[in-house]
Write a new protein. Structure first.
Length: 491
């Protein structure tokens, strides 16, 4: 009898001064429903993969163990905690990004930045009115002390820093600290280099460790599948780690993401990726994700070590990555064209001549195998994105949004319209895992559980086809035998 399916789920926390296990405690309640008796499915064990003394894993055994349809396979939940690595933040770190957001039309400003934009330009309009028609109108400009201050602020280019300071005083402290985390992680200057490197390396090391669990000494502990879930800034970190680990799969994991030559699954992914329109229907995305799963299964059957099947991003500022990762959409598109930033579906491999000019070719030939190239993790990794849609730019999550416009139409963007605090300005950003008992179809809990797809035994370990019934034995021809006459009595 085969060992039970074992899968791992990694939750990457978002921005802010998070405590170890804090996000994991909240997340697992949303990811797993309670049993009918009201008890939890999971218990805590030591984390033998990471080197953190603070870390634990939560194990949920298969439910039910036998009989009824599966609720979830055996699942180990891990948290990647990185907040302690984000040190040395300064208020001045907000300066470049604030300036970039201020001097553009409001309709081109991401929703999370529109409040500071309105504050800045509202204050500017008030001062312009004051000078033109208000109390400063009759005072010579050069003689008024207010004018001197304004000229100094504007003339030295520190207006955005002053605004950043004002924002930190007006908004809740945790919110502004969190926003500096985002800016700092995405900062490519030498000052942030070590922080970025350490955070990324920690996530890559965790995924590498999960791939190696039980590989040699205890194969019965080996994971069959890994799901990565990330909230807020954590989605950037998870995305970077998935992209890097995939590109170095052969060197780090000891095997390439390869399939046999003339793979039907690879052919389906390439065909559907080519046909996917900019605004696909839910059915078209479902078909593409089914092809991704089939390709992953073929890769595993061919001996590929890659285990990550799903990436679930939640309330992430990646929706404005073109302004945070780069300076504008043109610079973003250039990095996409250089294959530095993986998309879903992947960009075609320019290093491999296309077999069909109308087909998005994402693999190259190597002997009797086809290897999916370095910029195509989302050929086999499904990407689902959840967010609370804000209303009027104020009510709801300021930091989450749709990702398909930047990262490709293969991302399944799902608006979350359930939850009592989803309209709370900015605070909604922290409430995605706060409704474990909400079973409505549009709730964050329902959407999350569907994306995780933890009832995976049926497709990870497909049941063996039923044995053919034994061939019926041919009846032996009946041989008529003459009856022996009864023996005559003797004596």
């Amino acid at each position: 009898m085969n060992a039970p399916v074992r899968q791992a789920v990694v939750i990457v926390h978002g921005m802010g001064e998070q405590r170890p296990q804090q996000t994991l405690h909240r997340f697992i309640g949303a990811a797993l429903a309670k049993r009918q008796d009201g008890k939890d499915y999971y218990y805590s064990e030591p984390d033998r993969v990471s080197d953190s003394f603070e870390s634990r894993l939560y194990r949920a055994i298969r439910e039910p163990t036998v009989g009824e349809p599966e609720v979830h396979a055996q699942t180990d939940f891990y948290e990647y905690h990185w907040a302690h690595l984000m040190q040395g933040n300064r208020l001045g770190d907000l300066g470049p990004i604030v300036r970039r957001m201020l001097f553009r039309p409001v309709w081109k400003v991401p929703l999370g930045f529109r409040i500071p934009w309105l504050v800045f330009w509202g204050l500017g309009a008030f001062l312009a009115w004051a000078f033109a028609f208000g109390p400063l109108h009759e005072t010579p400009l050069g003689d008024h002390p207010v004018t001197t201050v304004i000229q100094a602020v504007l003339g030295t280019g520190i207006a955005s820093t002053a605004l950043a300071y004002a924002v930190t005083k007006l908004l809740p402290g945790p919110l502004t600290v969190s926003f500096v985390d985002v800016v700092r992680y995405l900062d490519t200057s030498p000052r942030s280099y070590a922080v970025r490197r350490d955070i990324r390396k920690g996530m890559v090391d965790l995924l590498k460790g999960l791939h190696e669990v039980g590989r040699d000494a205890m194969p019965w502990r080996r994971y069959d599948r890994i799901v990565v879930v990330a909230h807020s800034l954590g989605a950037y970190i998870a995305y970077d780690a998935i992209a890097y680990l995939w590109s170095q799969c052969g060197d780090i994991l000891g095997g390439q993401p390869a399939v046999a030559e003339n793979s039907a699954a690879l052919d389906a992914v390439e065909r559907l990726a080519t046909e996917l329109p900019p605004n696909p229907t839910p059915d078209q995305i479902t078909a593409y994700q089914a092809a991704q799963r089939a390709l992953w299964s073929e890769m595993r059957a061919a001996g590929s070590p890659w285990l990550v099947t799903d990436f679930v991003s939640v309330g992430t500022p990646m929706y404005c990555a073109d302004l945070l990762y780069t300076k504008n959409r043109a610079a973003w598109n250039e990095r996409i064209q250089l294959r530095e930033l993986p998309t879903c579906p992947p960009q075609p491999d320019l290093g491999e001549p296309a077999k069909d000019n109308n087909r998005r070719r994402i693999a190259y030939q190597s002997g009797n195998r086809e290897i999916v190239y370095h910029a195509a993790p989302f050929a086999a990794v499904r990407w689902t994105n959840l967010w609370f849609p804000p209303k009027w730019g104020v009510f709801g999550d300021w930091f989450g949004g749709p990702l398909a416009p930047l990262f490709g139409p293969g991302v399944r963007d799902l608006k979350v319209t359930g939850g009592t605090l989803r309209w709370a300005p900015a605070i909604a950003h922290t409430k995605y895992f706060s409704y474990p008992g909400d079973a409505r179809a549009d709730s964050s809990t329902t959407r999350l559980r569907a994306a995780l797809d933890l009832a995976s035994t049926s497709w990870l370990r497909p049941p063996a086809p039923p044995a053919a019934p034994p061939a019926a034995k041919r009846a032996a021809p009946r041989v008529e035998r003459r009856k022996r006459p009864p023996a005559k009595p003797t004596g």
